[in-house]
Design a binder for this molecule. Structure first.
Ligand SMILES: [Zn+2]
Ligand SMILES: [Zn+2]
Length: 239
């Protein structure tokens, strides 16, 4: 398959052939429908986070199940799925106490003695977040997938894989916004717009969006902000 491969820090991604292994018992081959480009991908390109090269970046994706391993029962070929960048086991203490994001991830990725999921010749290729969505296909554990029935475009589904979830999580899990509260969201980028949406879903009565770019403020209104403050002029704190 074709994939965009990063070979070293601060170099362009190169479109190359990459071999993808057949699915193991609980693995699934997904044909990529769409992938977001997240700022975290850029962090790896710029070397701010470490990885093992070569690597296929991309972790905000959706697609169609193409092939499943012998023990997979959650999805079948043809299912439309959103990829999850924090695969969970469902058995460890963290999973069973409601914090699957902190899963120990035992047995969810291939070991050093196994055939790598992705390779070029004899060399393994790293999958960012165990996904690697800047590619025609992804080989993932079935617990990395969420299937959905709605007929919405892949471009929209993909965003739920990182930006939307991160923003909603910031409002609902980190800030624990309560019904009736007043919330200010500083900056209205992709994650922040979803923090606004999350605050609204959590029942906030007043959601104040703050940004210096007019377009972002009008988007913020669409996502549910009740008040907007243009930070490019005046005393933001006073207003
Ligand atoms: Zn991301
Ligand atoms: Zn777990």
């Amino acid at each position: 398959m074709k994939a965009a491969v990063l070979h070293e820090v601060n170099q362009p991604l190169r479109m190359e052939e990459v071999d993808i292994a057949p699915p193991g018992p609980r693995e699934v081959v997904v044909r990529t429908g769409a992938s977001g480009v997240c700022h975290s991908d850029l962090h790896f390109v710029e070397g701010l986070y470490a990885t093992v090269f070569p690597v296929v970046l991309g972790h905000e994706a959706a697609g169609t199940v193409e092939e499943v391993g012998s023990l997979v029962d959650y999805v079948k070929p043809g299912d439309r799925v959103i990829c999850c960048l924090s695969v969970f086991c469902g058995h460890c203490e963290r999973c069973t106490t409601g914090r699957p994001v902190l899963c120990s991830r035992t047995g969810l990725v291939r070991g050093p003695d196994e055939t790598p999921r992705l390779s070029q010749g004899r060399d393994p290729v790293t999958q960012f977040a165990n996904l690697g969505s800047f590619a025609e296909k992804m080989l993932v554990h079935e617990n990395s997938l969420v299937k959905i029935d709605q007929d919405i475009p892949f471009e929209q589904m993909a965003l739920i894989g990182c930006g939307a979830t991160t923003g909603l999580g910031a409002a609902m899990n980190t800030a624990k916004v309560e019904p009736g509260s007043t919330v200010a969201v500083i900056g209205c980028g992709g994650v922040d717009l979803n923090a606004i949406q999350g605050a609204v879903l959590a029942g906030a009565l007043r959601v104040i969006a703050i940004d210096a770019v007019e377009d972002k403020l009008s988007l913020a209104r669409k996502f549910g902000a009740t008040d907007v403050i243009d930070a490019s002029s005046g005393d933001v704190e006073a207003r």
